[in-house]
Design a protein around this ligand. Structure first.
Ligand code: ADP
Ligand code: MG
Length: 677
């Protein structure tokens, strides 16, 4: 059986078993699904196309008997001449004296090895007598542990496949398989391990990519369906007229993208299903404005709303701007870690008594003793800063409240439909009109003096600047600019009337807030900070963002930081101080200076970094595919998503025998109780 331990196979000793275990191969199924992570394609090319120092394959006729020389202890060198396209090529082979007997003048031979274009010489790694049967030889390369070699593993897999191939379940319904002309799973597995040609390999990969995506999409969509069925009956009967009036009272008119997102959210609120929606949009695109309108909608439906944000500074800012926006149309409360004692108990009681309609806060919102009277609408800002548990705790303070997640980290469409396959996604992909693009420059450290003088000039005309450093403490290993040091340097550089503030994560909360306040009120003109300012602070008078060691940040984070400026009507600047060593780093800096749109940037970031890195390790939760690549195989992903929809809508898993293996696989490999949030 495929589920049997791999040690049931003949010839697997203790050492090999432990090496296999280190490769996470425990069962026979693990072994045959242990796919190569890449393929070396050895193609016989004309001599003039061979690249110096590349690994190449050539074929030709041996013209003289090989000559063997020994040197050192037990070292040997076998050399011979091969005629390829009428050119004499020298072949050398080290420490394989035995080959002398096998290679004779007049033999046809195929050689693979490193090419020296200057000497017309090949250093042979492997050879085969005779001409290659195919013009292309494809060598699968596996990732290996311990004593296991590529060859050993291949032999083992071959043996195992021969014995067990008839147990391999097809999984894909024949209708889809036929429609896309995909090979059977058995054929495809053989082809992945022993590809006979590029074409065969390509189709095998195509099959696995589709299968992985289809399974993934089916699971996500089933999950979503179950969630919806579970959460019947929370339709919010808001008052559309009042909402409309509220919107006309706003000091601006909504952008098209805002309207569209708003309509999607309102439709969700009205429906009896619990909303589970992600609202994404660049910094300053007006997400909070949309959120405010929805909160207002919830109030007109007689519900309470809660907005949870990751930091106190942010909570206060939202509190202020919402209080202004709502005027006396809603009772709003702020609940953070600093809300203490009598004040806190008053607020908590008011929430419980429904005297407060909107609560804005940090984690303090989800403490045990905070009860809502009728929480109908929950917003989680910068959702990735909260754990699944925290988000759930807030949600559970209401009875199936509608939940809106907001993020200013633009997530490429590609990722959004996979990572959030069980969420609906709204996108605000335009900025309100009249915003000036932030001019972005990439400089090396030796131009810093000029930057500092530029800052001085802008400060004279009343503006302010952020200077961001990656880390707070000096580290020997990472030669990182130290915020404290920099602060002292700047103090020395600027005249005393320029006030400089220092902000970093180690400061006590009240000091942080003090500094932020001073900056917001222009008592401080230059704020030296670690990335604690990253999230949401709004100081429209700040027009310069200098980022030290910019190569240490990902593109999305740089973009977030850049979003701190360009909030007023003045021209703003972002200056990246970086000296990246690698090409990718340089590419990042170039992209940053050329791209202002967060979604474009995210798409490029993803390409540079790959999806695993995109969200950072902690909250990735992204599916791992063996063969498929979400970016590269995006089309297949869309196809699979549509097919999954079709399968679920038509209830084919339950009703069609052709889907039985698929159904079983999903049931065996998915836990449907309250998963993904
Ligand atoms: P986000 O939450 O996406 O960062 P906000 O909702 O805080 O963005 O909006 C940023 C700023 O733009 C706020 O000052 C807000 O009042 C303003 N704003 C929002 N929507 C519009 C609009 N449609 N037109 C003009 N200004 C807007
Ligand atoms: Mg609803």
């Amino acid at each position: 059986m495929l589920a049997d331990p791999v040690t049931n196979l003949k010839g697997i000793g203790e050492k090999m078993a432990s090496d296999l275990a280190a490769m996470k191969i425990n069962t026979i199924a693990d072994l045959i699904y242990y796919l190569p992570y890449r393929y070396d394609v050895l193609e016989i090319k004309p001599l003039n196309e061979l690249i110096h120092e590349d690994k190449v394959t050539i074929e030709g006729k041996v013209v003289y008997e090989p000559s063997l020389t020994f040197y050192g202890r037990k070292k040997s060198r076998l050399s011979f001449t091969v005629q390829v396209e009428n050119v004499a090529i020298k072949a050398v082979m080290f420490n394989r004296a035995f080959a002398k007997k096998q290679i004779n003048a007049g033999d046809m031979i195929t050689l693979t090895g490193k090419w020296d274009a200057h000497r017309l010489q090949i250093t042979v790694n492997s050879y085969k007598k005779g001409l290659a049967e195919e013009q292309t030889k494809i060598q699968p390369i596996y990732s290996l542990k311990g004593n296991i070699t590529n060859k050993k593993l291949q032999k083992l897999i071959q043996r195992t496949l021969l014995t067990y191939e008839n147990e391999i379940k097809e999984l894909l319904p024949s209708s889809y398989r036929n429609a896309y002309k995909l090979p059977s799973k058995k054929e495809a597995l053989w082809a992945m391990h022993f590809p006979s040609s590029r074409i065969v390999l390509k189709h095998a990969r195509r099959r696995f990519i589709y299968e992985e995506f289809l399974l993934f999409q089916l699971k996500m969509q089933l999950l979503r369906k179950i969630k919806r069925e579970e959460t019947n009956g929370n339709a919010q009967h808001y008052d559309p007229l009042k909402i409309r009036t509220f919107i006309t009272q706003l000091p601006f008119s909504l952008t098209k993208a805002q309207k569209k997102s708003l309509n999607q959210i309102l439709a969700d609120m009205k429906s009896p299903f619990r909303m589970n929606r992600l609202l994404q949009g660049d910094v300053g695109s007006g997400k909070t404005a949309v959120a405010a309108i929805c909160l207002y909608g919830a109030i007109t439906a007689g519900k309470q709303g809660a907005l949870m944000v990751p930091t106190e500074i942010l909570a206060e800012q939202h509190f202020q701007s919402l209080t202004e926006l709502f005027g006396d149309q809603a009772e709003i409360a702020l609940l953070t870690g600093s809300t203490k004692g009598k004040k806190r108990s008053e607020i908590v009681k008011a929430i419980e008594d429904h005297e407060v309609q909107i609560v804005i806060g940090t984690h303090a919102l989800i403490q045990d003793d905070v009860y809502f009277n009728d929480l109908g609408f929950v917003i989680v800002d910068e959702q990735h800063r909260f754990g699944v548990e925290q988000r759930r705790t807030l949600r559970d303070k209401g009875l199936h409240p509608d939940v809106l997640f907001m993020t200013a980290t633009p997530i490429p469409r590609t990722l959004a439909i996979t990572a959030f396959g069980d969420m609906d996604v709204s996108v605000i992909d335009e900025l309100p009109t009249g915003r000036k693009e932030v001019k972005t420059y990439w400089i090396k450290e030796n131009m810093l003096d000029r930057v500092l003088r530029f800052i001085a000039k802008q400060i004279l005309s009343g503006e302010q600047a952020y200077i961001i450093c990656p880390l707070i403490e000096e580290s020997d290993k990472l030669d990182i600019q130290n915020a404290v040091d920099l602060y002292h340097q700047l103090e020395a550089f600027y005249p005393p009337e320029v006030n400089i503030g220092l902000l970093h994560g180690r400061l006590p909360a009240n000091e942080k807030e003090q500094v932020m306040k001073q900056f917001a009120e222009n008592e401080i003109q230059i704020l030296v900070s670690t990335t604690v300012v990253e999230v949401g602070v709004n100081v429209p008078n700040a027009t310069i963002m200098v980022i030290y060691d910019a190569e240490r940040f990902g593109l999305s984070q740089l973009h977030q930081l850049r979003g701190r400026v360009g909030r007023g009507d003045k021209q703003s600047y972002c200056i990246l101080v970086a000296d990246p060593k690698g090409e990718i780093g340089k590419e990042r800096m170039r992209i940053m200076s050329e791209t202002n749109n967060g979604f474009d940037l995210a798409e490029q970031d993803l390409k540079l970094r790959g999806p695993g890195d995109f969200f950072g390790k902690k909250q990735s939760g992204l599916p791992e595919f063996k063969v498929a690549d979400m970016i590269h195989d995006y089309r297949a992903l869309e196809t699979a998503r549509n097919d999954a929809q079709e399968i679920i809508e038509n209830n084919l898993l339950e009703e069609d025998d052709d889907y039985i293996d698929l159904k079983n696989d999903i049931e065996e490999n998915t836990i449907f109780t309250d998963k993904l949030d």
